[in-house]
Design a protein around this ligand. Structure first.
Ligand code: ATP
Ligand code: MG
Ligand code: MG
Length: 406
């Protein structure tokens, strides 16, 4: 059990209490990508000041943030300098300098979620160890240090075998599958060798992937968003359907696991819990993100309180908002980078043009300076009166794409 030992944790420091607005404090966000940008968008509705730290001068959050400090969220001196300017420090990416966060916490800087949480989550192997210690069901896993170890894991777990980098993984860039023991070497090499820190997971032949966004306030109150289904293409989130079309018992199980997983971590904010649903009705945890997440983008249009507003409410010690859906169904489609440069932009804009003509559709474009293959450039959310209807609308939007390129 991880009860918070910090008794002053439910309120911000006195000199930061709101004077005449929703909040007077500056929320500092490590990272200024699309998640930082959407945090800024939610913040502007309540006149909350969000400052971002990102090395890219024209990062997605830059143009709409209250302030943008140009610098690395993985550099100690920079993070310390940034923290001086903010009342509460949070993250939109887990690959930050956690040692500095820990040091800052010791000096009294308010980090939400806590550095301990970031430390556990940014190392996927430690994360697995942590959750299995807390009795959360997950695929079997094992650290590997050399080829012998990888072979032993293959004998134990069978093939295909999922090899993963412990650190710096995102959008599946850190995963490699070995179909048999002969492929182990190439899978290890694809991940940059053992020196980078690798582990393996037993292959989970899931029937669906599910996700739950969980908000936790500074008073440890917990509030879960409806379970969604995520569909990945080449390890990258592609489509999210809300709510997930699964029996209520599965939804209950997913919420229960998500609740338990987040309760085992420290600090306020929203967390995303990625899950596998197996053929025999088991729900296993894949991983947790300590921040807003791609599986929660639909909440901007489909829920009373978006995941971004919820995150701000949580870290500021405001009451958590209502996570329930205000529309019966939503579907989110990621606009992933196609070709590099201009032709890629052209394709994305064709799709956006079509989306703008569909009722119930919202277009989000992150304004990233460069397009790269498989990079998340934006997303489209369609809301409607049933999952069937929004699915059909998405299908028609994508079908036209094929006919135009013929
Ligand atoms: P994210 O962008 O979500 O942070 P990531 O790089 O951390 O992604 P994972 O979430 O570990 O990667 O894996 C990406 C996808 O690969 C999963 O959503 C799932 O589709 C597939 N996958 C991961 N682990 C397994 C497994 N053990 N068995 C089968 N498929 C898996
Ligand atoms: Mg991940
Ligand atoms: Mg993932």
């Amino acid at each position: 059990c991880h009860a918070s030992t910090d008794t002053n944790d439910t309120t911000l420091r006195k000199d930061y209490l709101p004077v005449h607005g929703v909040s007077e404090v500056i929320v500092g966000v490590l990272g200024g990508g699309q998640l930082g940008r959407m945090l800024c968008q939610a913040a502007s509705e309540m006149a909350i000041k969000v400052m971002v730290l990102d090395p890219l001068v024209n990062c997605p959050a830059s143009s709409i943030a209250y302030d943008h400090m140009v610098g690395s969220f993985d550099d100690s001196a920079t993070v310390q300098e940034f923290a001086k300017r903010c009342a509460v420090l949070t993250v939109e990416i887990e690959h930050v300098d956690v040692a500095t966060m820990e040091k800052l916490e010791q000096q009294g800087v308010d980090c939400q979620p806590k550095a301990s949480t970031i430390r556990i989550i940014q190392d996927k192997y430690l994360q697995k160890v942590h959750f299995s210690r807390h009795g959360i069901p997950l695929p079997d896993f094992m650290q590997i240090d050399d080829l012998e170890g990888a072979k032993r894991a293959g004998d134990l777990f069978g093939y295909p075998l999922m090899l993963k980098s412990r650190r710096l993984a995102y959008d599946g860039r850190g995963n490699a599958v070995a179909k048999n023991d002969e492929e182990l070497t190439s899978a290890v090499n694809a991940l940059g060798g053992f020196a980078r820190g690798l582990y393996v997971e037993k292959w989970t032949p899931f029937v669906k992937e599910l996700a739950v966004i969980v908000g936790r306030g500074r008073d440890n109150s917990i509030s879960c968003y409806p379970v969604v289904e995520t569909i990945h293409k080449e390890n990258i989130c592609h489509v999210v359907k809300a709510p997930a079309h699964v029996p209520w018992k599965i939804r209950e199980l997913a919420i229960d696991i998500a609740h338990k997983a987040v309760s085992s971590l420290e600090g306020a904010g929203v967390f995303a819990v990625e899950l596998f649903l197996t053929k025999d009705g088991q729900v296993l945890l894949n991983e947790v993100a300590p921040r807003p997440h791609n599986s929660g983008h639909h909440t901007i249009e489909s829920c009373y309180t978006s995941q971004f507003e919820q995150h701000l409410r949580a870290v500021l010690g405001l009451p958590l908002g209502d996570p329930s859906m205000k529309t019966p169904a939503a579907i989110m489609y990621n606009l992933l980078g196609e070709d590099e440069g201009e032709p890629g932009f052209h394709l994305a804009h064709q799709l956006i043009g079509r989306a703008l003509n569909i009722q119930g559709t919202a277009v989000h474009w992150y304004d990233k300076p460069e397009m790269r293959k498989q990079r998340k450039m934006g997303h489209i959310t369609i809301v409607g009166s049933s999952v069937g209807i929004v699915e059909a609308q998405l299908k028609s939007m994508l079908k036209e794409e094929g006919s135009e390129t013929q």
